[in-house]
Design a protein around this ligand. Structure first.
Ligand SMILES: O=C(O)CCC(=O)C(=O)O
Ligand SMILES: [Fe+2]
Length: 880
């Protein structure tokens, strides 16, 4: 059945708007919201005004929403929605992840055995502007970063994009995600070309990691043309993100070099941002049960990187090991997690710690995380007294060997890492109390013959000819053991070997040395007790690390008042200063104070008079001090102004502000509202990629640079340009619509002066079966000359079943009955063929398009206009 529901039939005074949105920040599940809208279970604009996209491989890029001010859907329907969303999400998972057991029955056995401290957040907190790294790096190997300067909108946007990419059907992800990106699942262990290793051909899911991911080598992103629109737009956001993260990595690394007293010149090559890789992960929900209790999001590991910087969503699951205890790294909005990798440990000569961590999957919610890794530059040799000189490539080769043989990385087996540069003759050896066997060192190890009295080194005897003897550090010894324990076959082998009395004893060490507590290890405490307690050089006392970033100042007052330092928190928030100035108030709010504190202003107050005063060394009172170093990635090459003049606004999406400010410019708004609007409009411009530069710091006059680099000298001109600019110029999510006033139907307001943003006259065509919506299209008829169908969408589960054809056939019949000559629609290039070969459309030539220049068709950037003549087959007209 096809219903034609005219939007105009809504008579309650509610305004309605069709919103075409070309951005892709919402996940595909929002499809359902739209469908529900068309079922007249309306949602408020707030729910749907966020940009979204529907990607329909069969047809076209379709984006739409109809906004009507009505009640929220009933609760029951919400549940239904949740179920279908779940089902749909499940179809996007790799097949082994699709069964979603009942979460209420799940018992996490692991938790009982291996308790995790998650009541509070013990992870050291660090302010990028005043990094106090020592304790965090030495004892934790991980810290939480605040004041990092990455816009919160970018962090969220990235995760939303990621969600959408992961929501694509599993098969599409496999075929669409191509070089330089790669898609993997079941393991985070990849080859250098980004291919997953261990899930292939794996018959057992026992050791599978409950994760799927994208591997993104950042430096290559801009060199490849990505055809798929969702992935292409995701890669643009990733590029933007990568620039911020490169800035963070450099700042943190430089601070570490200073903290470690290393030579900054020599250390430079130990971190190369061109090596930056982003891994985007989705952890589907999973309930541990008896058959798959071992399934984890990610097994215990250390990162091979110099630094890893993590952006995680609100679900949580990351845990780190410290002093033999697991701690949850709780999700805290707008903070990033920095963890140190193996390379940093080596560079620091083991002073800093490459932290062991793992990810637990949530029972009912999927988790998104985005991890950025940086490595030493190609050929950069790491030299330190604990290790033989090696390059990252050497290390990586060893890691690849591990992955090939056992499916995961064993840090200690990397030979270049384990061979200390000290010569054996310098050490004082005693006979070893242990003898072990392991094939995990690449070459069969026969026994450990001697143990060093003064350090945790063993001398080993190998069975191979080319390497007969070597030394090994205790930790590597243990890693080797753990590796052994993970391999059932080796266990067998080991037993045989034992029987052959190749080994005298097996040893074990305490759990913190092992990558996984669950592995079975023979415990011989008496052997253990023979080892020195500092066997890994890592013994430490629990460190309660202080928050960084807050500088306290001594009073320099010469007045008779008793001036005391004001110790407020330092928070980067320039817009607070701007707002303060806009209001021209004498009241300095907390946010301003925090920002000034951040800029290292002197902050004092006098108790007896209840006064406060703020001044910086060089600047007069409350003059904003732009700091180039904070946001180098914002530094636009695109304008003639130098970037130290840049003024950074806290981005806040609010299209309405721009519209309002524009309306003010054309004289429609009262003056007193203007100040507030101005600041909001600027925030919005900032959120959609505009950059502000001071023309003169003294007068605080700004100029406004559009994302394409066009400079505007007034905010009015910037707002007008932002509203009226090309789709190409304007970021996609910038569609200037207005939200209904709360609960009150308001005037129908169309916010653009442009015809092509006129959304009146649309009809929604629905294909339903048994009250279930299958396909929808949006159609607008321009008299009998032409009709347009800018949007067609079929629900996931009904795709590729010819449903769109049924709807289009019915629609065409209907249009023909109405005497409409021609039907046009915009299509993305990749599905042009479908429309032309299966649906009888043809590409419109430029001259044909010109004939319709007065018709305000909705067409989207990157789409091709197609047309189909209807009247040639039209049945004779019936009298109306
Ligand atoms: O997803 C996470 O939270 C951590 C990922 C991780 O540890 C890794 O990619 O190495
Ligand atoms: Fe990791």
């Amino acid at each position: 059945m096809v219903d034609l529901i005219p939007h105009g039939s809504v008579k309650d005074g509610s305004s309605f708007l069709h919103v075409m949105l070309t951005s892709s920040t919402l996940s595909i599940e929002h499809n359902l919201w739209i469908l529900r809208i068309n079922k007249w279970t309306f949602v408020s604009l707030k729910k749907v005004a966020v940009p979204f996209i529907l990607w329909l491989e069969d047809f076209s890029v379709c984006q739409f929403a109809m906004i009507i001010n009505k009640q929220r859907p009933a609760l029951q329907e919400d549940d239904d929605l949740h179920c279908s969303e779940k089902k749909m999400a499940s179809e996007s998972y790799p097949p082994p992840f699709r069964s979603l057991p009942d979460s209420t029955q799940a018992v996490d056995l692991d938790d009982q055995v291996n308790p995790v401290h998650d009541s509070e957040d013990p992870i050291p907190l660090m302010d990028l502007q005043s990094l106090k790294l020592g304790e965090a790096c030495e004892f934790w190997g991980i810290f939480r970063l605040v004041n990092h300067g990455v816009p919160p909108t970018l962090l969220t946007q990235l995760r939303e994009h990621a969600k959408m990419v992961f929501s694509l059907p599993f098969e599409s992800k496999q075929s669409l995600i191509t070089s330089p990106l790669s898609y993997f699942w079941g393991t985070p262990a990849l080859t250098p070309s980004g291919e997953a290793l261990s899930t292939k051909g794996s018959s057992t899911l026992q050791n599978i990691n409950w994760v799927e991911g994208l591997n993104v080598p950042l430096a290559q992103l801009s060199q490849f043309q990505i055809d798929n629109r969702i992935i292409a737009s995701f890669s643009l956001v990733l590029e933007e993100y990568g620039k911020h993260l490169a800035r963070l990595a450099t700042t943190i690394f430089d601070a570490m070099v200073i903290n470690l007293g290393l030579d900054p010149i020599e250390s430079k090559s130990h971190l190369s941002n061109s090596t930056g890789i982003v891994r985007v992960y989705r952890y589907p929900p999973h309930c541990s049960n008896s058959s798959s209790a071992s399934a984890r999001g990610m097994d215990v590991h250390t990162d091979s990187s110099v630094l890893s910087i993590l952006n995680q969503d609100e679900v949580g699951g990351l845990e780190v090991l410290k002093d033999n205890e697991w701690f949850s790294v709780n999700p805290i909005p707008n903070t990033l997690i920095v963890n140190l990798g193996d390379m940093m440990q080596a560079i620091s000569n083991d002073k800093y710690k490459s932290v062991k961590h793992r990810v637990k999957v949530n029972r009912s919610k999927e988790r998104i995380s985005i991890c950025h890794f940086v490595f030493p530059g190609e050929g950069s040799v790491i030299r330190s007294s604990n290790y033989k000189p090696f390059t990252y490539r050497d290390f990586q080769n060893e890691v690849q060997q591990d992955i090939k043989s056992v499916g995961y990385k064993i840090r200690g087996s990397s030979l270049c890492m384990i061979l200390p540069s000290v010569s054996s003759s310098e050490l004082e050896w005693s006979p070893s109390v242990v003898v072990l066997f392991s094939s995990s060192f690449g070459t069969p190890l026969r026994k450990a013959t001697k143990r060093c009295k003064t350090s945790s080194l063993f001398e080993l005897e190998f069975e191979s000819e080319e390497m007969t003897r070597s030394t090994i550090r205790m930790s590597e010894f243990v890693w080797g053991m753990s590796k052994l324990n993970r391999l059932e076959t080796t266990w067998q082998k080991m037993k045989q070997v034992q029987e052959k009395s190749y080994m005298d004893k097996l040893i074990s060490v305490s759990g913190d040395e092992l990558p996984d507590k669950g592995v079975s290890v023979l415990r011989l405490p008496q052997v253990l007790s023979a080892f020195p307690s500092n066997r890994d050089g890592n013994s430490c006392v629990n460190s309660g690390i202080r928050n960084g970033g807050i500088r306290s100042f001594k009073s320099r007052s010469k007045s008779t008042l008793n001036w005391l330092p004001l110790d407020s928190q330092a928070v980067y928030c320039p817009v607070a200063v701007d707002e303060y100035l806009d209001k021209r108030s004498n009241f300095i709010g907390t946010a301003v104070r925090q920002h000034l504190q951040y800029l290292e202003w002197k902050m004092e107050f006098a108790i007896d008079k209840g006064k406060g005063r703020h001044c910086s060394e060089e600047q007069p009172f409350l003059i904003e001090q732009p700091r180039e170093s904070q946001h180098p990635s914002y530094c636009p090459q695109r304008s003639g102004f130098s970037c130290h003049n840049e003024f950074i606004y806290r981005p806040e999406y609010c299209h309405e502000a721009v519209v309002e400010y524009y309306n003010h410019a054309v004289g429609k708004i009262k003056k007193k509202k203007v100040r507030k609007m101005r600041s909001k409009a600027k925030k919005h411009l900032s959120a959609v990629g505009w950059v502000f530069l001071y023309i003169s710091i003294k007068t605080r006059n700004l100029c406004y640079n559009s994302p394409k680099g066009v400079v505007h000298l007034t905010l009015q001109s910037a707002c007008t340009s932002c509203m009226d600019g090309d789709f190409a110029e304007r970021p996609a999510e910038c569609m200037y619509i207005i939200e209904e006033d709360k609960g009150q139907p308001t005037r129908n307001r169309i916010w653009s002066r442009l015809n092509r943003l006129n959304f009146q006259g649309f009809y929604t065509v629905l294909l339903e079966r048994n009250d279930e919506l299958i396909t929808v299209a949006t159609v607008r008829i321009f008299g009998d000359k032409v009709a347009e169908v800018p949007l067609v969408a079929t629900r996931f589960q009904y795709r590729r079943l010819g449903m769109c054809r049924i709807l289009m056939d019915e629609l065409e019949k209907l249009l023909m009955e109405l005497g409409v000559e021609r039907l046009v629609l915009p299509t993305v290039p990749s599905v042009l063929n479908t429309w032309t070969t299966s649906f009888g459309f043809s590409k419109m030539t430029p001259s044909e398009r010109l004939k319709f220049v007065d018709y305000t068709f909705l067409d989207f950037q990157g789409t091709i206009m197609c047309q189909k003549l209807l009247m040639k087959n039209a049945p004779p007209k019936q009298g109306h």
